[in-house]
Design a binder for this molecule. Structure first.
Ligand code: DGL
Length: 302
């Protein structure tokens, strides 16, 4: 494995938690955690030079994620949150074996949360990137949680659309219809298994609500938001994002440290692997909070 070159990286002695994604989508997860812990010291790395991960194979994504973790470990991160559905699905199990640092992905807690919401004989839908779906990881972990009725669909087009700011309206809903028009009627919970997708939730909700004549609610760490209203007597469809489960994992990590105050001085650093100005522009699609200027680094052989 190549050692990452650490350009412009700080070496301050703050204790911190790191977040990593192929690009900016993981900022949805970062923002949920920072909303809960406003003074938490964080580092965010988006590997946008090698984005998207969703169409790449498990070995490649595992290598990329390993290089990212080596960089973040060198920044003295003490917990790595893999805020990427694809890397969480195809790489996290191997990463946990290789690194001594604790690594948390979005799959386990998220699947447990979804499973707890579903009644007998009803179904969970998993929407992700091509390789998240192909990995079968969500399906397998849902099965461990007692859920056998799972419908999966790869929705790779949602990723560039949301990055272009096309997350609502005719084009966004046409993409939703293309992927979701055959979703089964017994789906009650839809897992947004790609960290880009929370910003596409309105288009998904409008499409599903109109298709199924049901109310649609987005459930996140911020609570419930009704995205599509319908007078039908059926229970609402719940769109579930991974934020609550990641916030819980971070809470548990912090609670396991007697001196958790040392993680709190409100420091945040942002790193990317290509075109920082463009990275910053797209980042604002995913984070409402003001972000620091991204610093350019290079990872591995690229
Ligand atoms: N944020 C990534 C994920 O959650 C999607 C983008 C990509 O394909 O790299 O899978």
């Amino acid at each position: 494995m190549n050692t990452p070159s650490i350009a412009q990286a700080g070496h301050e002695k703050k204790r911190r938690i790191a977040f990593f994604d192929s690009g900016q989508g993981g900022l949805t997860v970062w923002e949920s955690v920072v909303s809960r812990h406003p003074t938490l010291n964080t580092i965010y790395l988006g590997d946008n030079a090698r984005y998207p991960y969703g169409n790449k194979g498990a070995d490649t994504v595992t290598r990329y994620a390993s290089e990212a973790i080596l960089f973040l470990a060198a920044q003295r991160a003490e917990l790595i949150v893999v805020a990427c559905g694809t890397a969480s699905s195809v790489a996290v199990e191997r990463l946990k074996q290789v690194f001594r640092l604790p690594v948390v992905g979005i799959v386990e807690g998220f699947c447990a949360e979804a499973a707890a919401l579903i009644a007998n004989n009803r179904r969970i839908a998993v929407l992700g990137t091509r390789f998240t779906v192909a990995s079968g990881r969500f399906e397998a972990v849902l099965r461990q949680n007692g859920i056998n009725n799972v419908w999966q669909r790869a929705c790779p087009l949602f990723v560039p659309l949301v990055e272009e700011g096309v997350s609502q309206g005719e084009i966004a809903e046409a993409a939703c219809r293309m992927y979701l028009s055959d979703i089964p009627d017994d789906v009650d919970v839809v897992m947004l298994a790609c960290t880009h997708f929370p910003r596409f939730a309105s288009a998904i909700a409008n499409t599903l609500g109109a298709l199924k004549n049901r109310t649609v609610i987005l459930r996140s760490s911020e609570g419930d938001t009704r995205l599509y209203s319908c007078a039908s007597a059926q229970d609402p469809i719940i769109l579930l994002d991974s934020s609550s489960s990641v916030v819980s994992a971070v809470d548990a990590f912090l609670a396991s440290h007697a001196n958790q105050n040392e993680f709190h001085s409100g420091e945040c650093s942002l790193y990317c692997t290509d075109a920082p100005a463009r990275f910053a522009q797209v980042a604002q699609v995913f984070a409402q909070k003001t972000l620091p200027e991204p610093k350019l680094i290079s990872l591995g052989s690229l």
